[in-house]
Ligand binder design. Sequence first.
Ligand code: DX5
Ligand code: ZN
Length: 218
Amino acid sequence: MSNVMVSPSLLASDFLNLEKEVEMLNESKADYIHLDVMDGLFVPNISYGMPVIKAIQKISKKPADIHLMIEKPERYLDEFLDLGAKILSIHFEACTHLHRAIDHIKKRGCLAGVAINPHTSVDVLNDIIKEIDVVNIMSVNPGFGGQKFIPLTYTKINRLHTLIRTQNANTIIQIDGGVNMENAAILAAAGADLLVAGHFVFSSDNPLQTIEDLRNVK
Ligand code: DX5
Ligand code: ZN
């Protein structure tokens, strides 16, 4: 069985030392770099936007996994695609014409991600799952790093896994929020392919080792 992939969330990094943090990730076994964009409307918090991501992209060697927690994300797809996103995720709850947005992202050669809040059932993706490259099951309410993992996530992974298999889709299951060493193995066993981890990585004494440990969960 292949390793679970890991996408460290830069939201938990030391913004005064962003260059060092990105270089640390470059040296790590991380599969992606997770970039959380918040608009203060879809979520109660505001994080960072294009200029910061542009600067990060100048030195980052990891594929950018950009998570848009913004209302009407279709307004900004091209700007984030131009910044070189490898995964561009938008929220089911924030986008009226989801099919069109997914289509647009994929036509530009990027993996199209759809994130769902903890209260949103995976069943809403039933008709569109074959079009989606990545489903991000939020395991916390989006808006802040360092929150507690919500256990109902496990059954959502099981159901999404069944949905993907039943329709022969080729969709990556991403889990975002409160991931740590206690739940990582259970998440991987339930069918998660890609784990986002912010605080657990950046507050660790040895982030390089922590990233490797997460990748090696069985
Ligand atoms: C939450 C963000 C997450 C967050 C994860 O709104 O989407 O990506 O940064 O951070 P931790 O692992 O600290 O919960
Ligand atoms: Zn995120």
